[in-house]
Design a binder for this molecule. Structure first.
Ligand code: NAD
Length: 489
């Protein structure tokens, strides 16, 4: 197989063949240097149409969905091939995502490759049929069995911030469950997906049409995929606004819709916590990958009596983390993905200023970088939770620090958000922590630094942060239908 580093050779994967895009190519830009590092195949509507047709045919006309053992073998092959190409994938991930190299041994690359075995194991051990036994509902003696079956053709639409993690978190369980798939990655990170396409075609027995990968500069292809009646399920990760559009076009044929969306999660420091440790954890974690994580805690809630102390401490942590070259082993905070994203983040900081917020540290582009889409880690104080920068997802290294009066008030502020994705609580008293974790309406919560992210743990949102769960057994079952077969005795 050729080098995975595509340069100008990235291709779409449609019906088992690696093909050029109908619209030619589009530039792939390194966010840390602003240099064009090559091009990606630019699919058009006809390519998307062909990819959906291929996935439909592979589902309807092959034994893929019924051969559980074969699928497990294919997933294991895929995992082994990805591991063998880890170094090339790492290079791609750093160059096109701007992901600091230190996170490629974890959530940006090697973690998600490792997690593929969870999907394979689930498929191997899954109870595909459950006996309900004989009963006589409505007086008719009947033997009942519940079968679990693949949903059909999955349309997977993914964002740019953790492309491997999100691509694999959809592909793994979708394939393990017996579906076929059309993956449409974000235009900002086409090579991560294109490399996956090359590996699948050239190094696995995954049959033609089972996986189709359509890179494009045109977001409209996502809309096309969501609206197409041949697609049975849309698995979408991205912003809440786009999720709303996806749900609305998926409604055209009432397809199953699974949404992982945005967040504005709260980090609550209780008054019995070690404040210095808690806030430095909060500040550090928000700088990871320049704050481009949907579940990062972007609102720090501290007791009013210790507000000034907390603001100063978290600003000290965040001002000490300088955005830098993602290829350097010590870098925690790389660039944001694009010029557009940087302008968006800086626009939120301006809105905070206009709403009376105080920029305690950061607030702009770091002087030491002439090039690259870098943003300084930024702490905003003295803002009300109703302000735009405290309500909306910024997706950059920007923290809003808010005071609260008592535990109930902390829960109230945490929940005063359209989102409900994640959160954190730091404190000592287990009963108070229990009340807080009961009260906060989010899909995941970390207590005293506990990590909720893992292949076997369901991840997803309440409220406008999403519908359904990714990963864990719940994530696998999103890709299954339930059939009850009742045979008269
Ligand atoms: P986005 O919503 O702009 O785009 C996501 C994907 O949707 C891309 O592939 C894009 O091409 C496609 N798309 C755009 N318009 C579409 C349409 N009308 N119909 C169908 N598809 C369309 O998101 P982004 O900027 O790429 O990523 C950042 C967002 O993703 C943030 O809001 C972040 O919170 C969210 N995110 C959520 C999770 C989660 O698990 N909850 C994880 C990572 C990122």
């Amino acid at each position: 197989m050729n080098s995975l580093l595509p340069g100008d050779s990235s291709r779409l994967l449609i019906g088992g063949s690696l093909v050029a895009g109908g619209n030619g190519v589009f530039d792939n830009v390194n966010p840390a240097t602003e240099e064009v590092i090559g091009t990606a195949a630019d699919a058009d509507a006809a390519d998307m149409n062909a990819a959906i047709a291929a996935a439909r045919t592979a589902f309807d006309e092959t034994g893929w969905s019924r051969d559980h053992a074969f699928r497990v073998r294919c997933l294991e092959q895929l995992q082994a091939a990805l591991k063998a190409h880890a170094e090339e994938l790492r290079e791609i991930t750093i160059a096109e995502v701007g992901a600091p190299i230190m996170f490629t041994s974890g959530p940006q690359l090697e973690g998600p490759i490792e997690d593929l075995s969870f999907a394979a194991r689930l498929a191997a051990d899954y109870e595909w049929e459950t006996e309900l036994g004989v009963a006589a509902p409505m007086g008719i003696s009947t033997h009942r069995v519940i079968r679990r079956e693949a949903v059909g053709v999955v349309g997977a639409i993914t964002p740019w911030n953790f492309p491997h993690q999100i691509n694999f978190a959809k592909l793994g369980p979708a394939l393990a469950a017996g579906n076929t798939i059309v993956l449409k990655p974000a235009p900002d990170t086409p090579w991560c997906a294109a490399a996956l396409g090359s590996i699948i075609t050239e190094e696995t027995d995954i049959p033609p049409g089972v996986v189709n990968i359509v890179t494009s500069s045109d977001h409209g292809l996502g809309a096309q995929l969501s609206g197409d009646p041949r697609v049975d399920l849309i698995s979408f990760t991205g912003s809440t606004g786009t999720g709303r559009a996806v749900m609305s076009s998926a409604a055209s044929n009432l397809k199953k819709t699974f949404l992982e969306l945005g967040g504005k999660s709260a980090f609550i420091v209780l008054d019995d916590a070690d404040l210095a440790t808690a806030v430095s954890y909060a500040g550090f974690s928000l700088c990871v990958h320049a704050g481009q994580g949907c579940a990062l805690t972007t609102r720090l809630l501290v007791p009013r009596g210790r507000y000034d102390e907390a603001v100063e401490a978290v600003a000290a942590t965040m001002s000490g983390i300088r955005p830098g070259d993602p290829t350097s082993p010590g870098t925690v905070c790389g660039p944001v993905i694009s010029d557009r994203q940087r302008s968006r983040v800086l626009g939120y900081i301006d809105s905070a200023r206009a709403d009376g917020g105080r920029i305690v540290t950061g607030g702009g582009r770091p002087a030491e970088h002439e090039r690259g889409f870098f943003v300084e880690p930024t702490v905003i104080a003295d803002l009300d939770n109703s302000a735009k920068a405290a309500q909306e997802e910024i997706f950059g290294p920007v923290l809003v620090v808010l005071p609260y009066d008592g535990d109930d008030d902390a829960v109230r502020i945490a929940n005063d958000s359209p989102y409900g994705l994640s959160g954190a609580v730091w404190g000592k008293d287990p009963e108070r922590i229990r009340r807080i974790t009961d009260g906060v309406r989010t899909g995941t919560l970390g207590v005293n630094g506990g990590m909720w992210y893992s292949a076997d743990a369901p991840f997803g949102g309440y409220k406008q942060s999403g519908i359904g769960r990714e990963m864990g057994a719940a994530g696998f079952e999103e890709y299954l239908e339930t059939k009850l077969v009742a045979t008269a005795q």
